[in-house]
Design a protein around this ligand. Structure first.
Ligand SMILES: Cc1cc2nc3c(=O)[nH]c(=O)nc-3n(C[C@H](O)[C@H](O)[C@H](O)COP(=O)(O)OP(=O)(O)OC[C@H]3O[C@@H](n4cnc5c(N)ncnc54)[C@H](O)[C@@H]3O)c2cc1C
Length: 580
């Protein structure tokens, strides 16, 4: 298949050249891959399946290849008891099955793109060697951000098996307290797993909420879950120093932590790319084209190190997720072997377990859309994971964000105990398939009482989006409430009197839906109507319209209001009116 090293003579016809090529013995393609985990190993194994003759060398700095870095926090917490369960392959098993030349404890320290050579160095004895390549694939991943905070060199990070081993050993030492700096996905997984080891954990996050891919009114639900499991959550405050007994916050408070773990995020590892003189993209990632080729046509790059074309925004985004690294690795192998490839932009679909909750997201959130000046609308719902009459149904908070003009889905978020993964994955698939927000109503999804409702929560989001886009329901967001009330709108709670008595939006009057026809006085209004989750409110709004009374329904009802209000208390700057 691959005939490399064939020089053409000027004036030679294509036919003559092809005959010449056919007479030559095939020279094996030499591929060197840097990084033997998600992207690198996907490239290597796919390449082998496509080309038995290729010489494939994988260079990996750590002592392990093909390990499950996504499982590392669970090893620290003892949920995964046996370290071997994280090690999916070894150099030996990879040689047996794929004839890969895998060199662990070996680092690529130089790339000479002109001579097509890399220099490798053993991390055990320091010996160096040069290896030639026809194609080089960089999958070096990302490096943890290490801010210039005094004492940060004492902070543990969690990136490799060796990091997890160190952290697990620390935990065996029996620390009573720990601080996790950073409330992102890995930070929260780490916090949960330290709690499993009976350690008192404080999570410190510089911004005003945990899990920044979520909008604040969903993030507060995750923060509440952490708190209910004894985790102290400090948001909106930075760490100013790592001390021998823990950390000091920028506001002067000291937080005890015999163990301090840093999970502030990662940045693309571009050291080799810089050595090779490759072009970098926005945000300092390696620039690649639609087949993951860098600015040097014989060097590809995949995974966390590269900039991703963004599905929603169209530009370049930094998205560090295993699925994308694996996908890109396969694409590179296909391209090297001359197969047609597909390029798909990235949505950043992500999911995390936080104790008994699941939080998931796809596409962009409201904060990001607002910052980009993009028009959008949102709908919030609080459906049950399956039919309420079947035991075990759990409520979730679901949010859909879409373009008001053409219905393009721009993002979705969900937090709940069951069924969150399915709904976000369906919406991510819908986005990828070009399905609009309204068309979510038409999806035929599997239904039986233990799994869903005849109108799945995703279908319901479609109905709600359609109502908003067609004007069938005039919806009010939390951010608009205060100014509408100032302008004379009356807040009407259409739940039962008992529900209203239990908890209600301050200043609202009780006008139960089932009594609305009899009790409403045509002279009153206009009304902002709310119920528990938005559904009775929609019926009430429609009824009031029919009766000739102006009314708007509060999106997501009391539950969204309550969460948004809690988020607002943490970050008052959030009260920016939604662009309509
Ligand atoms: C603790 C943790 C939990 C995660 N959980 C999830 C999750 O639940 N879901 C999800 O989608 N993603 C998760 N991720 C992210 C996911 O693991 C990465 O997106 C993915 O592994 C990226 O693949 P990659 O090939 O680009 O880099 P990596 O998988 O990080 O592999 C890069 C490898 O290259 C090696 N390397 C770097 N430089 C050199 C060099 N010069 N020479 C030789 N070797 C080198 C490194 O040692 C490393 O092993 C998690 C990551 C971590 C750390």
């Amino acid at each position: 298949m691959h005939r490399l090293g064939v020089n053409t003579t000027p004036g030679e016809t294509d036919e003559e050249m092809n005959e010449e090529v056919d007479r030559l013995p095939m020279k094996p393609l030499r591929v060197v891959i840097v990084g033997g985990v998600a992207g690198g190993m996907s490239t290597a194994t796919r390449l082998r399946r496509l080309d038995e003759g290729a010489s494939i060398t994988v260079i990996e700095r750590s002592g392990h290849v093909s390990y499950a870095n996504c499982g590392l926090p669970y090893f620290v917490g003892g949920v995964i008891e046996d370290e071997d369960d994280l090690l999916l392959q070894t150099p030996e098993s990879l040689f047996r099955r794929f004839r890969l030349d895998v060199r662990v404890d070996t680092e690529v320290v130089d790339v000479d793109a002109a001579s097509h050579e890399v220099t490798i160095r053993s991390t055990l004895d320091g010996r160096t060697q040069s290896i030639g390549y026809d194609k080089l694939v960089l999958s070096p991943g990302a490096v943890p951000v290490r801010p210039p905070i005094p004492g940060f060199d004492r902070v543990r990070v969690l990136r490799t098996v060796e990091d997890a081993e160190r952290l697990a050993a620390d935990v065996i030492g029996g620390p009573r307290s720990a601080v996790v700096i950073g409330a992102g996905f890995v930070g929260l997984e780490t916090a949960e797993n330290l709690v499993h080891k009976s350690i008192a954990v404080t999570v410190v996050e510089a911004v005003d909420q945990v899990l920044t891919p979520l909008d604040p009114e969903l993030a507060v639900l995750v923060a509440a879950e952490l708190t209910s499991h004894g985790v102290v959550v400090e948001t909106g405050v930075a760490v100013s120093e790592i001390t021998s007994g823990g950390i000091t916050l920028a506001d002067g408070r000291a937080i005890a932590g015999e163990l301090v773990v840093g999970s502030i995020g990662v940045r693309p590892d571009v050291r080799l790319a810089e050595m090779a003189g490759l072009r970098l993209a926005e945000h300092g990632a390696i620039a690649v084209d639609e087949v993951n080729r860098t600015s040097d046509p014989d060097i590809y790059a995949v995974g966390d190190a590269v900039g991703k074309e963004d599905w929603v925004g169209g530009g370049i985004s930094l998205i560090a997720l295993a699925n994308i690294a694996n996908r890109q690795g396969r694409r590179v192998a296909d391209h090297i072997c001359g197969l047609p490839t597909r390029s798909t932009p990235s949505l950043g679909t992500a999911i995390v377990k936080v104790f008994d909750l699941t939080a998931a997201t796809t596409g962009w959130n409201e904060k990001r859309l607002r910052a980009a000046g993009r028009r959008y609308r949102t709908v919030h719902s609080h459906p049950l994971s399956h039919a309420g009459y079947y035991p075990g149904a759990e409520a979730m908070a679901l949010k859909l964000i879409f373009d008001p003009d053409d219905g393009t889905i721009l993002g979705a978020q969900a937090v709940g105990k069951a069924g969150v993964d399915k709904r976000i994955d369906v919406i991510a698939t819908a986005i990828a398939g070009g399905i609009t927000a309204d068309q979510l109503a038409d999806l035929e999804l599997g239904y039986a009482p233990p799994f869903s409702s005849a109108k799945d929560p995703v279908n319901m989001l479609g109905y709600m989006a359609e109502n908003v886009r067609t004007g069938a329901c005039d919806v009010v967001e939390y951010e608009e409430l205060a100014s509408l009330v100032d302008a004379g709108w009356e807040l009407a709670d259409v739940r039962t009197n008992q529900e209203h008595a239990r908890r209600a939006i301050p200043g609202s009057v009780s006008l139960p839906l089932d009594q609305l026809r009899d009790e409403i006085d045509g002279a009153r209004g206009p009304f902002i109507v709310y119920c528990e989750v938005g559904q009775r409110g929609h019926t009430a709004t429609s009824l009031l319209h029919e009766l000739g009374i102006r009314a708007r329904n509060l999106d997501g009802g009391y539950r969204t209001w309550e969460a948004a209000d809690a988020a607002h208390a943490q970050d008052p700057s959030r009260l920016v009116n939604q662009e309509l």
